[in-house]
Design a protein around this ligand. Structure first.
Ligand code: ZN
Length: 472
């Protein structure tokens, strides 16, 4: 018989050496699991998608994009290894190698010469569509074209006064060489890496989403959003419903050019007015991120974009489609639009966090029903004071697939929804003696598993000014 103290001695050694070693191994080998959300409202299917995202894949995609030397929209298309022609073919082939459910195509436009498109060009967006149960679309996008403005890059443009003659535009200088190196690792290799990695993990998730997901890598962004504008012009004419555009442009750098560092937050810009569906989408992303990627703070920016800068989300929001753009927390302007926008300026672990946020928010929104329409045929918000004249009476149009609705309200001067109430599968609800003038109201649709849509807010339509008739 062994001495009684032997097992306990072994136990002590095991406890003091092996368990911590085991824990450390797990912590190093399974960093993803260490970060997994523990919130009870987290959907395990979304957690699985997030865990499938690969930092190595993001790096691989960006390295490959940079390897094409330049991806300038007007660069050569003759080579299979350099220029925008080689880059778009590689993106196309990469999408093709993903899940066969993805419908991969070139979205091609023959552009006439105009503004910074200084000659006729065949422009191709690269698109991968994952059909959902419903035709309404959620777009995930970044632009694969790149730009080198020469010495100083974007910082030279920043230094100039904003009102400058058109002929000082560096993209309109005569005899430009569009084949010089423009690596675009961060602008916007980072956004393309996000778009392509989301196409992979969402198409491989095995989930049949309610919404149709469209992953697009745009061209012509640097000359004036030509690829996205042409595409949105086309789908608007076709009447294709668009639920959201998640656009990412310059999202991979955590070190600002002024020495500041922030690897724990990302900015999300959205066009107003304050209760636009773009702002609703931005709030949605913030809420989802708090559940699934709590260490990555979403800083909502109540403006369309940074001063004098733009991106492809505006092609959507300007036509009334909800759209947001993700922007890294701290920018290095000297690297942008220059030969210095190289891979060493991309922090792939930081980029990974924003990719996770996008994956969670896109998946959550794609599983949910569409947002309720809260305007009538005459475009008036369906809110009133009936039946007593002192109530908050809300109506909305029924949403296919909705099992319930959630009503939100807040003080008119507040930015955050302060109150909520879930109601059944109804299309009208009355709050007795709640004054509609003192609160903003909104409503979201829920499916039978609780997946929630964007919130549609009741916003008054501005009254047009009418000419006063005066006696002559
Ligand atoms: Zn860009």
């Amino acid at each position: 018989m062994q001495p009684k103290n032997l097992p306990s001695a072994w136990q002590r050694i095991f406890d003091s050496v092996f368990l911590p070693a085991l824990f450390l191994c797990c912590a190093f080998l399974c960093p993803v699991h260490a970060q997994v959300s523990s919130r009870p409202d987290a959907d395990p299917r979304i957690l699985k998608i997030i865990n499938a995202i690969s930092e190595d894949r993001l790096r691989f995609i960006d390295e490959k994009l940079v390897s094409f030397g330049t991806r300038h929209t007007l660069s050569s298309t003759n080579s299979s290894s350099r220029g925008i022609g080689a880059a778009r073919q590689w993106i196309f082939d990469e999408f093709k190698q993903m899940n066969p459910k993805l419908q991969v195509s070139f979205d091609t436009y023959n552009l006439a010469a105009q503004s910074r498109i200084v000659r006729e060009v065949e422009l191709r967006n690269v698109m991968a569509l994952l059909p959902g149960k419903n035709a309404r679309r959620i777009y995930v996008s970044g632009h694969y074209d790149s730009l080198n403005l020469g010495a100083g890059g974007q910082i030279a443009s920043n230094a100039k006064p904003s009102a400058q003659p058109a002929d000082s535009d560096p993209q309109l200088r005569p005899n430009q060489n569009f084949d010089v190196d423009a690596p675009g690792a961060n602008d916007d290799g980072s956004g393309v890496a996000l778009t392509m990695e989301l196409a992979r993990v969402l198409s491989e998730s095995g989930i049949e989403f309610d919404a149709t997901l469209v992953f697009v890598c745009w061209a012509g962004e640097e000359q004036g959003l030509f690829g996205s504008r042409a595409h949105v012009q086309k789908i608007a004419a076709q009447g294709i419903p668009v639920e959201a555009n998640f656009n990412s442009d310059i999202i991979g750098n955590s070190h600002g050019g002024n020495g500041s560092i922030d690897a724990e937050s990302v900015r999300v810009y959205s066009d107003g007015p304050e209760d636009s569906m773009s702002r609703s989408l931005a709030r949605y992303v913030q809420n989802v991120a708090a559940i699934y990627v709590p260490g990555h703070r979403i800083r909502l920016m109540a403006r369309q974009d940074r001063f004098s800068r733009g991106s492809d989300h505006s092609s959507f929001s300007q036509r009334g489609y909800p759209a947001i753009v993700f922007r890294e927390a701290k920018e290095n302007f000297a690297n942008q639009h220059s030969a210095k926008d190289t891979l060493d300026g991309v922090d792939f672990h930081y980029l990974l966090q924003t990719v996770k946020v996008n994956a969670a928010a896109v998946a959550a929104l794609a599983m949910a029903p569409s947002a309720p329409k809260v305007r009538d045929a005459a475009n008036k918000p369906m809110i009133g004071r009936q039946p007593t004249g002192y109530n908050a009476s809300l109506r909305w149009n029924p949403v296919p697939g909705a099992a319930a609705y959630r009503i939100y309200w807040r003080d008119t001067w507040s930015n955050e929804w302060q109150h909520q109430q879930q109601v059944g599968n109804v299309t009208e609800f009355i709050f007795p003696n709640l004054c509609i003038d003192d609160f903003v109201f909104g409503v979201a649709a829920l499916d039978n598993e609780g997946h929630e849509s964007l919130i549609s807010a009741y916003v008054a339509t501005p009254r047009p000014s009418e000419e006063v008739k005066l006696l002559k």
